[in-house]
Design a protein around this ligand. Structure first.
Ligand SMILES: NC(=O)c1ccc[n+]([C@@H]2O[C@H](COP(=O)([O-])OP(=O)(O)OC[C@H]3O[C@@H](n4cnc5c(N)ncnc54)[C@H](OP(=O)(O)O)[C@@H]3O)[C@@H](O)[C@H]2O)c1
Length: 223
């Protein structure tokens, strides 16, 4: 049994996740219309949990809630190996449940500061970094069956590398970022990659508010 993971990202024509280094991907929302916003939030509502990496919280300060569609908020999950998150981040302070997943590497003080927040749960999983395979088992045991991952590029890369992703959704924002140093869709962190030429099958393709949406499914077997 494996939790069903969908990634959902917006990409510029030149394959960037934002308009510059350390810039919020919210800069891309300027190219959204209401219909796309509603479609996007509906995807969130259809999943049990939603996950982002620590750097996305640092750069974007996202809420990760369902606001432009009707439906329940998915459980918010942030991977932050050292527990290093801005303590004033919105998702740590709005009273809606958030799970922060850290590794054994996180300091006692970082964990204590996060646990002091009402509605924040800290889960320790992994030695140096968050162990994503083990995390998926923990989430499964809690009854979570579907997870939507909204990035960023390092978390996405690790999930693909671990062969945990079933479905890819990309919103093709019709703009060229032009920023060479903006994050690409996927970013490896030194380890040899098994991803070269991994094959995905396009299963749906449509346009909402002038933004192309493509949905792919993996052809590989998942471990
Ligand atoms: N366009 C979009 O759809 C979209 C969506 C989301 C984000 N973004 C953009 O993406 C950028 C952030 O991407 P990013 O690659 O720098 O960071 P990221 O993927 O958001 O976060 C990476 C961090 O996650 C933590 N982590 C813990 N365990 C991990 C594991 N097993 N594998 C990978 N990461 C793990 C690490 O934090 P520690 O090092 O602290 O342990 C790591 O530094 C931002 O600029 C944001 O705007 C774009």
């Amino acid at each position: 049994m494996l939790i069903e993971i969908t990634t959902l990202s917006e990409l510029t024509i030149d394959g960037k996740l934002s308009l510059g280094t350390n810039e919020s991907s919210k800069g891309l929302f300027a190219f959204y219309g209401d219909e796309l916003r509603t479609w996007f939030h509906k995807q969130r509502a259809e999943h049990d949990a939603i996950m982002v990496g620590a750097q996305t919280v640092r750069n974007d300060d996202p809420e990760l809630t369902v606001r432009y569609a009707t439906g329940p908020n998915p459980l918010r999950i942030v991977t932050a190996s050292d527990g290093d998150l801005p303590l004033d981040a919105r998702l740590l302070n709005d009273g809606i449940p958030t799970m922060v997943v850290v590794s054994q590497h996180a300091s006692v003080s970082a964990i204590k500061a996060l646990r002091a927040k009402q509605s924040v749960e800290v889960v320790v999983c992994g030695d140096e970094r968050v162990d994503l395979n083990r995390l998926m088992l923990i989430l499964w045991e809690r009854g979570l069956r579907t997870l939507i991952v909204e990035g960023g590029s390092r978390l996405l890369h690790s999930l693909f590398e671990a062969k945990l992703v079933s479905t890819i959704i990309i919103k093709h924002i019709p703009v060229i970022s032009g920023a060479q140093d903006a994050p690409n869709y996927l970013r490896a962190e030194g380890q040899p990659s098994h991803l070269t030429l991994s094959r995905w099958r396009i299963v749906e393709w449509f346009v909402v508010d002038g933004v192309g949406i493509s949905i792919y499914r993996g052809e590989q077997t998942h471990s």
